[in-house]
Design a protein around this ligand. Structure first.
Ligand SMILES: [Mn+2]
Length: 327
């Protein structure tokens, strides 16, 4: 692993710490929550105090993970801690105000796999080659010599499974499978994760999918597949924003499509959130970065201000440019 030295430095600092605060980005996902719970539970196993502080609540689909009584969400942190570990987050602002002031921490450890991470920590362990932050936490716990119990294993397995699309995306590699094997050996039950994430949707999720399929459009000779959800689509489906999570996979499943886009209004409805995915060539992180977002080469996101028509046009133009670049 590229950042071995730093990973062992992080392990050394955590080994000394007695009280550790853990956090992840706003709108937390499976990797952020799974990594956080896995780390917290394993640190507790070493006799440390570990609390997870979040800016936003844990989404419904992750409520099956055990250990969530360690999560605080309502107020920003005001206490002092030996260390803060930020997980899966490329810049400090994206933590919301969850951790509070940096002066509250003996050490800030930034553990992440986003390329372009702003390295805001005292220790920055950034590995863009890692398929998930959960995988990095797994290796960190090995460095620490921390036993991984069944609950922590389930959390870390979930982190890795969600960021790799259940071991399908192009980031899935030997290291990923090796870690998953170890986690299953430690008690993670893969079907429990698949069941919670893929077989437990409310009917509104499928109504939203129905709307989304009807709104699918194409650009760039069919190489750009896009779904634009407006508030009418949500009203028709009687759906919540959570019901639209991951629908960007629908256009990505089409043979011709190289870049898939899901556009949906922000809760304030003054801007649009774009989720971007690609298959082989297009670097969607580069596109997202142009609009102030970020992510990975094959999965990224950003928020675009302005009315829908201009937003769509700006985005399609930027994607087209990226597709031309690769030719
Ligand atoms: Mn991640």
């Amino acid at each position: 692993m590229a950042n071995d030295a730093t990973l062992s430095q992080a392990a050394a600092r955590l080994g000394e710490a007695k009280r550790v605060l853990i956090t992840t980005h706003v709108s937390p996902d499976g990797d952020g929550i799974g990594s956080g719970l896995g780390l917290a539970l394993a640190l507790e196993g070493l006799g440390k105090e570990a609390v997870i502080q979040l800016a936003d609540p844990v989404p419904e689909y992750l409520h099956f993970l055990p250990g969530q009584d360690r999560i605080r969400c309502a107020e920003p942190n005001e206490e002092g801690w030996d260390a803060l570990v930020t997980l899966d987050c490329g810049d400090w602002r994206r933590l919301g105000d969850a951790p509070g002031d940096t002066a509250l921490f003996g050490c800030v450890i930034n553990l992440d796999h986003h390329r372009g991470n702003e390295e805001f920590g005292d220790l920055n362990v950034i590995d863009p080659a890692a398929s998930a932050t959960g995988l990095m936490v797994f290796h960190l716990l090995r460095e620490l010599g921390a036993p991984i119990g069944a609950d922590a294993a389930l959390a870390l397995y979930t982190a890795i499974a969600t960021d790799t699309g259940f071991f399908c995306y192009s980031n899935t590699d030997v290291t990923t499978f090796e870690a998953a094997t170890e986690l299953v050996r430690s008690g993670a039950y893969p079907y429990a994760v698949h069941h919670a994430l893929n077989e437990s949707h409310p009917p509104s999720r499928l109504r939203m999918m129905h709307q989304a399929l009807g709104l699918m459009e194409f650009a760039g000779d069919g190489r750009i597949g896009m779904i634009v959800l407006d508030s009418t689509a949500f009203d028709r489906a009687k759906a919540s924003p959570e019901d639209a999570e991951g629908l960007v996979e629908l256009p990505r499943s089409i043979a011709m499509v190289e870049v898939a886009v899901l556009l949906r209004p922000t809760t304030e409805a003054t801007a649009f959130k774009a989720s971007l995915r690609s298959k082989w060539k297009a670097d969607v992180a580069r596109i997202a970065t142009r609009f102030g977002g970020g992510g990975h080469a094959r999965a990224a996101g950003c928020t675009l201000e302005g009315p829908l028509e201009t937003t769509r046009d700006r985005l399609v133009a930027a994607i087209q440019e990226e597709l031309n670049r690769g030719e």
